[in-house]
Design a protein around this ligand. Structure first.
Ligand code: GLN
Length: 489
């Protein structure tokens, strides 16, 4: 393959197209893997999506696929597909840092369950992607190592915390990626980068081997170029896992036979002052297209929405403070250049944690320790759990009337690098539409409104996403509506 051909091959490759081309022998798995690395080497100097590449292991994975093909063995739809993996998901023997300096020297001792499943399907792992440290953030600016830029505008953030994964897919530096979502970290960067992001129902995908942020909220999910690809990846990674007691056997519901049988709810609490005009217009455009498919719409109310952010910023840091206690500077490797400054146990804790964790992580550990401390537990943590229940009940009630709920993903398109770094509260507000979904444990997908920007009447140059929320384990509904949307936009 010459250079031109390589780039043409890579551009716009979906899992589906990749598989067809591989089977037709338009390229071999090894050839295309090399082509991806060549392209990443050029392109990623300006984007910064990857923290590390794993060329040798990727090429050996690709060779196995080529051997299978030349021996005439049947291969999985994911065979040879080059994937990017968020750096909080463990791949055996590979460095895994969650973009934190405290894990700079850590190598994973085992595969996450999702990785095991993807390996069995023959996927190729190109490398690990940048993220906000321990997945805390909305812009990938909280990475302990570097920032990532939005491929649509290099002055803007790609969103976060799975910003590296979303940017890699949007810039054709991977066919698809995995991210994790605790309060919006798959859906918001997907929205900012113009790609698709699916957060599965809590429990649908095993969290074993995901570096925990807030265990009652975290889920792993796909970031892809199409809704169809999101479904392909989800089908492979989902299911009960003995190693994660919160995972359940996929009791995944079926989609309805007719798209016109769907009723979509529009929650009035999500369309209030503060919603950026372009986002509002884009959402109207998406609704119009869905109506043209015969889908019915209904206004609904989710009255406790206004408490979701406060509720999340109590429950999440409480769980963060417990989960991050394990990073004591002794286990999971030490920061080597601090060793000379350490003379006793206290030094280890203070120096390793003090230097190893970034500002945002420390802020949340302190906040979480405070809300869990005796005397404050009832006032904060217990109360937040009660509010969480009310938020969940709002959704249960709404889902008696509608099958799917549609909202914006974020109040604004991608913001400028540095715009919100001095004001954590402004940063937290960018997750206002994604957080209630995690508190309720529901599945939700972020889909670009202007999938084919050239056909769109929208003025906005930056990608804007809309969110479809489904009932528990009804991924099939949001995927079905999303796939129909893709056909008409
Ligand atoms: N941006 C949110 C936060 O900082 C969500 C993060 C996530 O989903 N991992 O908490």
């Amino acid at each position: 393959m010459n250079d031109e051909l390589r780039i043409m091959d890579i551009r716009g490759l979906t899992i589906k197209k990749f598989h067809e081309s591989l089977i037709k022998k338009q390229f071999s798995a090894s050839e295309i893997t090399k082509a991806f690395f060549d392209y990443i080497e050029k392109k990623d100097t300006e984007i910064g999506a990857y923290l590390r590449l794993s060329k040798d292991s990727a090429l050996s994975q690709a060779e196995v696929v080529d051997e299978d093909l030349s021996a005439g063995r049947e291969v999985d739809i994911l065979a040879g597909v080059p994937l990017a993996i968020k750096d909080n998901i463990l791949i055996e023997n590979e460095p895994t840092t969650a973009a934190s300096k405290i894990l700079a020297n850590y190598r994973a001792a085992y595969d996450a369950t999702v990785i095991k499943k993807l390996k069995q399907a023959g996927a190729v792992f190109l490398g690990k992607t940048n993220m906000d440290e321990f997945a805390m953030g909305s812009s990938t600016e909280n990475s302990g190592f570097k920032i990532t830029k939005n491929p649509h505008d290099l002055e803007r953030v790609p969103g976060g915390s799975s910003g590296g994964s979303a940017a890699a897919v949007a810039a054709d530096m991977a066919v698809a990626a995995l991210g994790s979502d605790t309060g919006g970290s798959i859906r918001q960067p997907a929205g900012f980068c113009g790609v698709v992001g699916l957060k599965p129902t809590y429990g649908a995908v095993s969290r074993y081997g995901l570096i925990a942020m807030a265990s009652s909220l975290d889920q792993i999910g796909p970031i892809t170029k199409t809704v169809e690809d999101a479904e392909i990846l989800f089908d492979i990674i989902k299911g009960k896992d003995q190693l994660d007691s919160t995972s359940v056997e996929s009791q995944i519901a079926n989609r309805k036979s007719q798209i016109a049988d769907y009723t979509i709810g529009i929650p009035k609490e999500y369309f209030v002052a503060g919603l950026n005009k372009e986002v509002g217009e884009a959402i109207d455009e998406a609704i119009k297209k869905l109506k043209s498919l015969g889908i019915k719409f209904k206004e609904i109310s989710l009255p406790h929405t206004k408490y979701a952010l406060s509720c999340y910023y109590i429950i999440m840091p409480a769980e963060v403070s417990a989960n991050l206690a394990r990073f004591d500077g002794i286990r999971y490797a030490q920061i080597s250049n601090l060793k000379s400054q350490i003379s006793n146990l206290r030094d280890i804790y203070f120096k390793q944690r003090g230097e190893g964790f970034g500002e945002e992580v420390k802020r949340r550990i302190i906040l979480g320790t405070f809300v869990l401390s005796s005397g404050y537990y009832d006032a904060y943590y217990s109360k937040a759990q009660k509010v969480r229940k009310l938020i969940k009940e709002d959704f249960d009630k709404a889902f008696k009337e509608v099958d799917v709920i549609l909202t914006p993903v974020s109040p604004t398109p991608a913001f400028k690098i540095g715009e919100k770094t001095d004001d954590p509260l402004q940063m937290y507000l960018s997750d206002i539409f994604t957080i209630p979904v995690n508190l309720a444990g529901l599945p939700a997908i972020s889909i670009p409104v202007n999938l084919k920007a050239q056909n769109s009447k929208l003025k906005a140059n930056l990608p804007i996403g809309f969110q479809l929320i489904g009932k528990h384990f009804h991924e099939a509904d949001i995927l079905a509506v999303g796939q129909q949307y893709e056909q008409v936009c």
